[in-house]
Write a protein that binds this ligand. Structure first.
Ligand SMILES: *Cc1c(COP(=O)(O)O)cnc(C)c1O
Ligand SMILES: [Zn+2]
Length: 386
């Protein structure tokens, strides 16, 4: 018995069709839509049980769809929460201190644990960098062959990291979408798991631990506002899922507002949000220093818009100049992130995200109104343009 509950399935909400996990489906064969996880009922652990558990994301075992993969874990999770420079009302969660240098480890360890349970021999991933490096690291640890497709323009530091983990790196000319198409084609080979951080719902059950940790670190509550970067929405959708689970467990009494941040040169979700559209329209993306969120066609776009709307949230955009300024300011405060990792701080420090009256009047330093992540390490990224 390797799964903690009855074996889950992948489910297409549009067609109500189920796919057994060993089929290795990555999207719905009927409508090509995205699949969610069904047949698994998460339960947040009894908070009194948490204090004795190791400071990794596996402390939330009852809420996770897989048992701790003891042979492949790298101790991921429970990253520090620090006060933002000059803003005692804001905290920054230092997710760049994850084993491979980004929050993607939260989801990658789930995908590789799933691959291990299913006994697949090969995984395919595609990424602008950090998801690929995370999956490659855990795949290496699990001795599963891993092909990673990246855009040709990906930072040399990330490509070097991928190669060091032993992944077969395929650098694809053209857009981020061309890279995804090349990976999807390779993933259709038999016996291959498309370890997609976008399509595979196990990834979101990993990223949801971001809010579980926040809830613990803030003494059993969430902030009024979660400021999150959004490209494909793996952190936004994970955070939303985690908050809903805390709500279902009676540990919070309402969902926190999610304010997502896109790069102005590539902001299909912000445009759709403003226009009140349910699905993002295709856009022509311009280059941006925030490479990690430059996603012109987010496959879960409709889910992302719906999730943010249900929290009363918003999607804002930041310019490359604002990202570069925030990147420099963070570094001068001792926090060295990749440019994308400065996007949320750029929005906060440019005054784009206000504390509502109700939250600021509470204004106690121990209860910040907003928390933003520092998503990716500066050590592996190309320097900002300025
Ligand atoms: C992946 C990533 C993001 C955005 O995540 P999405 O899942 O695309 O929304 C933001 N910042 C960094 C550093 C990332 O690696
Ligand atoms: Zn379908």
């Amino acid at each position: 018995m390797r799964f903690p509950t009855a074996t889950p399935t992948l489910h297409c909400p549009a067609c109500d069709r189920h796919y057994p996990l060993p089929d290795l489906a990555w999207r719905c064969a009927t409508c090509q839509g995205v699949l969610d996880l069904a047949g698994f009922t998460p339960a947040f652990p009894d908070p009194t049980a948490l204090s004795g558990r190791a400071p990794t994301l596996w402390r939330y075992a009852e809420a996770l769809p897989l048992a701790e993969p003891t042979a492949i874990t790298l101790g991921e999770g429970m990253t520090p929460l620090v006060t933002a420079p000059g803003r005692p009302d804001v905290r920054l969660k230092v997710d760049y201190l994850m084993p491979t240098g980004s929050f993607k480890d939260r989801g990658a360890v789930m995908l590789v644990a799933l691959a291990q349970n299913l006994g697949v021999a090969r995984m395919v991933a595609d990424s602008s960098g950090n998801a690929g490096t995370a999956i490659a690291a855990y795949a290496a640890r699990a001795s599963i062959a891993c092909d990673v497709y990246v855009p040709a323009a990906t930072s040399p530091g990330k490509v070097a990291q991928l190669r060091a983990y032993g992944a077969a790196v395929h650098q694809i000319p053209g857009s981020r979408e061309d890279t995804a198409d090349a990976a999807a084609e390779a993933a259709d080979r038999p016996g291959t798991l498309y370890a997609s951080h976008v399509y595979n719902p196990y990834f979101f059950h990993g990223t949801k631990t971001y809010v579980f940790e926040l809830w613990e670190q803030l003494g059993g509550r969430l902030p009024h506002t979660l400021v999150l970067p959004v490209g494909n929405g793996t952190l936004v959708l994970g955070a939303h899922l985690g908050a809903r689970e805390l709500l279902a467990a009676g540990l919070i009494d309402h969902l926190p507002r999610i304010v997502a941040v896109q790069a102005a040169p590539c902001a299909p979700l912000a445009q759709a949000f403003r226009a009140g559209q349910p699905v993002p329209a295709p856009i022509v993306a311009e280059p941006t220093v925030a490479e990690g969120i430059a996603i012109a066609r987010p496959a879960r776009g409709a889910q992302i818009l719906e999730a943010i709307r249900t929290t009363g949230g918003a999607i804002t955009t930041v310019t490359d100049d604002q990202v570069n300024a925030a990147h420099a300011a963070l570094a001068r405060a001792g926090l060295y992130v990749e440019p994308t990792g400065a996007a949320c701080w750029a929005a906060l420090s440019a005054g784009l995200i206000d504390a509502p009256e109700s939250a600021s009047s509470r204004g106690l330093p121990e209860s910040p109104f907003a928390v933003a992540p520092l998503c990716g390490s500066g050590l592996k990224s190309k320097p900002p343009a300025s």
